[in-house]
Design a protein around this ligand. Structure first.
Ligand SMILES: *[C@@H]1O[C@H](CO)[C@@H](O)[C@H](O)[C@H]1NC(C)=O
Ligand SMILES: *[C@@H]1O[C@H](CO)[C@@H](O)[C@H](O)[C@H]1NC(C)=O
Ligand SMILES: *[C@@H]1O[C@H](CO)[C@@H](O)[C@H](O)[C@H]1NC(C)=O
Length: 252
């Protein structure tokens, strides 16, 4: 999704002819810069949900995530989870609420986007193994998660690098710790073949999802950060920072 945030900023820079007709350019010098960016990002969410193959922007609704790896270890609980072939539906319905950019220090650039999404559905495959104290758990199957009222802030932190005399932004972190209003989860085969135990565990997870969510979020966020950073940096290295944020040099 952040690709689109960045793509939109690019658009606002006149630099991308494919977007020029659709988006109102925003200048970093303009007092209305942040409002202007919110409008563009919102428009991008609706317009580019299917992706833009010519610019290697993938579709994001549904959004396909090939693989995320999570390592969990805390208070006698230890686990490794590989989540594969996930498909998320609903991201294009995001309402963009605010945008902030902090460009004062080229070694610590920060962009933030506040969003609200009414409903997100995620499904895919998983493989997990681990133990609770000494009791081993493990499984391999499919999962799905349904979430209502998802809100939060995407944060991109990065710094400027120079390549062939041209400045580019490189992302150091892509952070996201969304709040969720309601959630229901399903996973098959959590205890390799023990259906009864699976049912009990799912009931428990659904009754106490805020607890699990709070515990697992930092680990999910880490896997997410790694995945997004890689994807984002590929895009960022193809767009000089000056066209991403026009008038940046003049601001310094
Ligand atoms: C912007 O970033 C600078 C340098 O990283 C920091 O010192 C400053 O507090 C930030 N400003 C705001 C408004 O967050
Ligand atoms: C999640 O998957 C299970 C098993 O395939 C299915 O019964 C359930 O309807 C799915 N949940 C949603 C919201 O689609
Ligand atoms: C949360 O979702 C569950 C399962 O779908 C549902 O039974 C419950 O009513 C929902 N709670 C709220 C507050 O919407």
């Amino acid at each position: 999704m952040l690709l689109f945030v960045l793509a939109t900023l690019t658009a606002s820079a006149f630099a991308a002819p494919w977007l020029k007709d659709e988006f109102e350019p925003c200048s970093a010098k303009d007092l209305e810069f942040e409002k202007c960016a919110v409008r563009n990002i919102q428009l991008a969410f609706t317009k580019f949900r299917g992706g833009v193959p010519d610019y290697e922007l993938p579709a994001f609704d549904p959004w396909f995530v090939p693989e995320i790896l999570m390592d969990y270890s805390q208070q006698g609980i230890e686990g490794h989870m590989l989540v594969k072939n996930s498909r998320a539906v609903g991201l294009s319905t995001a309402q963009i609420q605010a945008f902030r950019a902090n460009l004062t220090d080229p070694d610590n650039l920060e962009f933030q986007v506040d969003f609200y999404i009414p409903h997100v559905f995620v499904e895919g495959e998983y493989k997990a193994d681990g133990k609770i104290v000494t009791f081993p758990i493990g499984g391999k199957g499919i999962y799905n998660i349904s979430m209502d009222d998802v809100s939060g802030t995407w944060t991109i932190q990065g710094y400027l690098v120079e390549v062939n005399g041209e400045k580019y932004m490189k992302a150091r972190h892509v952070l996201m710790y969304p709040q969720v209003g309601n959630m229901s989860v399903y996973a098959s085969n959590l205890f390799t073949g023990n259906d009864e135990l699976n049912k009990v565990a799912l009931q428990f997870a659904n009754d106490y999802w805020p607890l699990f969510y709070r515990e697992l979020l930092p680990y999910a966020a880490q896997g997410w950060d790694q995945f997004m950073r890689g994807t984002l940096n590929k895009l960022l290295l193809s767009v000089p920072f000056n066209s991403l944020v026009p008038d940046y040099e003049q601001q310094l």
